[in-house]
Design a protein around this ligand. Structure first.
Ligand code: 16G
Length: 241
């Protein structure tokens, strides 16, 4: 019903409108992860759109990772979280886009002196002040990742400015990162990390390091993350040149 209400078929680029409408339906959890979407034929009949338009809208969302297709079985709302690597987004934004409820539990949210290793990685002078966040990231009650972030205090003077989302706090200070370098490595999760992530010790994980920069080249964050390998897919679009 929500699809019919929001997919105004007289608009040009109907496939873009339908794509947005399906995204809204998923965000509102009208169709839950793992559940099937109506068939292409039913959608095109109910909405008065051509099959080509419906197919194009769905293909875009499959590429984004919001939907998955199983041959012969149809189209489903994705259960794994598929994260495109080409866009610099935050945990909070990624989860909200999937209709999930992002949440953090902090172990540490304080200010201290930069360590020599951090100073090197972040191009900071020895001894300057940095904000440190150490937290478990959840979707509702489900832990998905552990993150340790270091942010120069010159960018974020008070750790309590971060309520839940680091990027929202940076945005409020006009210091939203514009570019990042990210490194992924496969790991087997040690006992402590595994316990926090509610998976058996030794489960597969992704260790990810992100260094993000402002337009002027200053480093805004140095974050080490451990993401659950049983839930996350990271995808990148590749081009020849
Ligand atoms: C993501 C980033 C992390 C960043 C965080 C901000 C990866 C692998 N890591 O988890 O570097 O600090 O988002 O999210 O994507 P927040 O604004 O919700 O705190």
């Amino acid at each position: 019903r929500r699809l019919c209400a929001s997919a105004d078929t007289r608009q040009p680029l109907a496939y873009l409108r339908l794509r947005r409408a399906i995204r809204t339906v998923v965000e509102h959890r009208d169709i839950e992860p793992g559940q099937a979407l109506p068939s292409e034929r039913d959608l095109s009949q109910a909405l008065g759109l051509s099959r080509v338009t419906v197919r194009k809208a769905i293909a875009g969302l499959v590429e984004e990772g919001l939907l998955t297709q199983r041959h012969g079985a149809g189209t489903f709302v994705a259960e794994r979280i598929v994260k495109p690597m080409s866009r610099l987004t935050s945990f909070t934004e990624d989860l909200r886009a999937r209709g999930l409820n992002p949440r953090s539990e902090f172990f540490e949210r304080g200010i201290g002196e930069v360590t020599p290793e951090e100073a090197m990685a972040m191009n900071l002078s020895p001894g300057v002040a940095v904000v440190r966040l150490h937290r478990v990231r959840y979707a509702g009650d489900e832990p998905l990742a552990i993150e340790r972030s270091v942010v120069p205090a010159s960018v974020l003077p008070d750790p309590m400015l971060v309520h839940d989302s680091l990027y929202e706090a940076l945005e409020r200070r006009n210091a939203r990162p514009r570019r990042a370098l990210q490194r992924l490595r496969a790991v087997s999760l040690g006992a402590q990390h595994a316990r926090l992530l509610h998976v058996p010790a030794g489960s597969a994980g992704l260790s990810i390091e992100r260094r993000s920069f402002l337009d002027d080249g200053r480093v805004v964050e140095f974050t080490s993350s451990w993401y659950r390998g049983d839930i996350y897919d990271f995808v990148a679009e590749l081009h020849t040149d």
